[in-house]
Write a protein that binds this ligand. Sequence first.
Ligand SMILES: *[C@@H]1O[C@H](CO)[C@@H](O)[C@H](O)[C@H]1NC(C)=O
Ligand SMILES: *[C@@H]1O[C@H](CO)[C@@H](O)[C@H](O)[C@H]1NC(C)=O
Length: 147
Amino acid sequence: MLRMWEFLLEATCCRSLVIIYNGACLLQIGVAAESSTDAGNAMVVDAAKVMNGTLYQGVKKSGAQNYLANLSLYPGRSELPFLPSNTQAVILQPLGDKGFIIIGGDTIRGFTSSDQAWITLISEKLDSTISKLEANIPLPIQDRFPS
Ligand SMILES: *[C@@H]1O[C@H](CO)[C@@H](O)[C@H](O)[C@H]1NC(C)=O
Ligand SMILES: *[C@@H]1O[C@H](CO)[C@@H](O)[C@H](O)[C@H]1NC(C)=O
């Protein structure tokens, strides 16, 4: 997982990575927006709210990656308040049918088609890993009963 992050950071314009799965935020690394209530700390990702938004519903429906190459053109960017304000491009990658990966970059059209293909490949591996973990480890009660 950390090697995936290192690769993204070194080889692409990626600056932020968020993984949301089954109603919970599994991972938030890289640059984040500052919390409005807790100065100096990262804004917490409200996973339920993000999964309820148009961006997630769109990738869930299509089952395919969505590349917002010029983020300022998409009204749905307001659903990602936890990304830093200088985020210019975002890749939304579905993770099986229960989650997704949000990758924010600091350059308009900064992700190449090979970055996109690689992210899709990683998401398939990650989905099978998470599914196996889920099968073996009992989840907290609030995660087993999504509201
Ligand atoms: C999800 O969307 C529904 C309908 O728009 C809304 O009533 C509900 O409060 C939303 N839930 C969250 C967690 O944002
Ligand atoms: C991105 O979108 C903004 C807002 O519409 C526009 O002003 C800008 O020229 C676009 N940038 C590129 C590189 O397409």
